[in-house]
Design a protein around this ligand. Sequence first.
Ligand SMILES: [Zn+2]
Length: 371
Amino acid sequence: MALRSYKFRIRPNRAQSTALAAMLRDFCGLYNACLQQRIEAYRRRGISLRYVHQASELKTVRMVEPDLARWSFSALQQVLRRVDQTYAAFFKRKRGFPRFRASARYHAATFRVGDGLTIKKDRRIGIVGVTGGIKVVWHRNLPEDAELGSAILTRQNGQWFVVFSIEAAFAETCGTGSVGIDLGLNSLIATSDGETIQAPRFARKAQAAQRRRQRALARCKRGSTRRLKAKHRLAVGSAKIADQRRDFAHKLSRSLVTRYGAIAFEDLNLTGLKRGMLARSVHDAAWSQLVQFVQYKAASAGAEVALVDPRGTSQTCPECGMIKAKALSEREHRCECGAVLDRDVAAAVVVHLKAFGPGTGLRTITGRVAA
Ligand SMILES: [Zn+2]
C-alpha cells in the first residue's frame, strides 16, 4: 500500500467561504493561545507542556469559547498537534522557535475524513460548522480501493482546496522496452527513440507575463494598496505557472511509464546544472519535477528508473563511442563513422547505453537496430 495526495479545488459559496475563513481565524487563535500557554508554563514553572496536557483541556476551552465550539473537535485537536509538531521540529533543531501566527498567514486546517470532514452522497463535502455541502471540482477519480485518512483544507491566493491523503494499492502497469532520456538543449527532453518534446509554449508566454508583473510590482510604492494588488497578481501568476508545469509533467511522466518498462535519465545531482544557459533554472526545475514524477509512477507500476552520470553524454558518439566535442550552436551530431543524429537524441542514446548497455533493442534515428 502506498500513500498519495489528491488535491481538488473546492468552490464554497459566499456564506461558506466566509465560514471557512472564520474557521481558519479561530484555529489560528487557538494555535497562538496554545503557543502562549506553553511559553508561559515554561517561563513561570519550568514545565514543558505536551500535546496530551493541552488536549485534555480542549473540552473545557470549547465550553467557555462558543466560537471554538462551532468546529469539529478532532479538527481542533489537529491544531494542537500542529503546535506540537512545530515544537518537535524546533527541538530537533530543524526549525527556529515556534512563532505566533498572523491570521492572514494561517491557511490550512487538517481533518479526519468521516469525522470533521465528510464526503456526502451528492459528492459535495461537508465540514462541521459550515452550512450545506461544498462543491468539489472532481477533476479525477479517487482510486477504487482508496482508504481516506486525513484531509487538509487550504486557502491559496483566495482559492480553496482540499487535499486527501490516500492509502491504496495503485495497481498500474508499465510498458515494455527501455528508453534513455536527455535534458535537451532546445527541447525539454529528447528520447533515445528519436522523439523530442518541446517545453509547452504556454509556459514561456506565462513567464513573460510574470516578468511584466514583477516589474509592475517593483514600481509600486511600499505599503500602498496598489502594491498589495500587484503582489497578489504576481502570486496568482506563479501559482498558475506551477500548476501548468505540474500538469504537463504528470502527463509526460504518465506517457513514459505507460510506454516503457525501464527509463534512464541523467543524474543532474552529480554535476549540478548541466550547461550554463539563460533560463536554465526554469528548465531544470521542470526537469527535476519530471524525473521525480516518473520515479514514483514507475515505482507503483513496477518499472525501473536508472540515473546515470551525465558527464560526456553530449559529446560521445552513440554509434562508435568516439568523443567528439560540439559547440552549443551545433544542432546535429555528425561523426566520422557516418552517424548523423539530432544532438539531443544522440545524447539520449548515450544515456540509454550507459544505463542498460548495448543490445537492449535500441534503435537509432535511422531505424537500424544497434549492436
Ligand atoms: Zn561515431
